[in-house]
Design a protein around this ligand. Structure first.
Ligand code: NAD
Length: 256
């Protein structure tokens, strides 16, 4: 099937869809024919994403919704409301919601550690669990769950003890979910972005950015669309024999 139509008739939900990588994923999935539920803590930015999605392919009926991925109640409410509206659970789920709260290990407050783990790791767990429960309950033939980790979950990063731990956890969660859910036809894979130009990295000082960029073999920061391309591949049947893997999207940063 042509790359531009390979997600026709698929229902997808993207957390963190109101900004950066999540927004680019929503755009890419919609451009390939999926109906997209843009989910974000910030409902206004979710609605902004909704307004820029293409609606011109068969049967597309996107929506935006508020969700707090760190709250089981909020996550379950969203998954229920999706099923009420579309009479099916989403068969594609991209967990892109995430936060940073950086500080040196010696200074980091316990509350900042907990907050990042709660959103990045527990949020990915809650969302993955709620979507996969719904898929299993309705006997859906297949599903693709994609988590967004980070290369720093593998290599660590100064000032990010909480964030790198959360992202290492996301990889472990994804591999375990892949093992448990494969018998239900649900694949689970993780993308590991390197340094991508988004509002999250806008906070990083210019000096640090140019140091990082000089270490990237491809010589530049990544674009959110370049992460979205990989998510679309993992969402589609083009990756039907791939589960439990992490794909680095880093321009070659930290090869090997
Ligand atoms: P971003 O800040 O642009 O977008 C993150 C989005 O998540 C925001 O719209 C925010 O409102 C939403 N969000 C935050 N907390 C939430 C919650 N509790 N519930 C629901 N939504 C919530 O960041 P980004 O750079 O696009 O990051 C997207 C994902 O990619 C994150 O998981 C991030 O950790 C990961 N990542 C980013 C980079 C990078 O260089 N930008 C690198 C590696 C990994």
């Amino acid at each position: 099937m042509a790359a531009t139509t390979r997600l026709i008739s698929r229902l997808a939900v993207v957390t963190g869809g109101g900004s950066g990588i999540g927004r680019a994923v929503c755009q890419r999935l919609a451009s390939e024919g999926a109906t997209v539920v843009v989910a974000d803590l910030n409902e206004d930015s979710a609605n902004q994403t909704l307004r820029i999605l293409t609606h011109d392919l068969k049967g597309q009926d996107h929506m935006a919704a508020a969700v707090d991925v760190s709250s089981k109640e909020s996550v379950e409410k969203l998954v229920t409301s999706i099923q009420c509206r579309y009479f099916q659970p989403p068969s594609v789920c991209v967990n892109a919601a995430g936060i940073t709260q950086d500080d040196f290990l010696l200074k980091m407050e316990e509350a900042d550690f907990d907050k990042v783990i709660r959103v990045n790791l527990k949020g990915s767990f809650l969302f993955t669990q709620a979507v996969s429960k719904a898929l299993v309950a309705c006997g859906a033939p297949k599903g693709s769950i994609i988590t967004v980790g980070s290369i720093v979950g593998k290599v660590g990063n100064i000032g990010q003890a909480n964030y790198s731990a959360s992202k290492a956890g996301v990889e472990g969660l994804t591999r375990t979910a892949a093992k448990e859910l494969s018998r239900f036809g649900i694949r689970c894979n993780c993308v590991l972005p390197g340094f991508i130009s988004t509002p999250m990295t806008d906070k990083v000082p210019e000096k640090v950015i140019s140091k990082i960029t000089s270490m990237v073999p491809l010589g530049r920061m990544g674009d959110p669309a370049e992460v979205a391309d990989v998510c679309a591949f993992l969402a589609s049947d083009d990756s039907r024999y791939i589960t439990g893997v992490s794909i680095e999207v880093t321009g070659g940063l930290f090869i090997g």
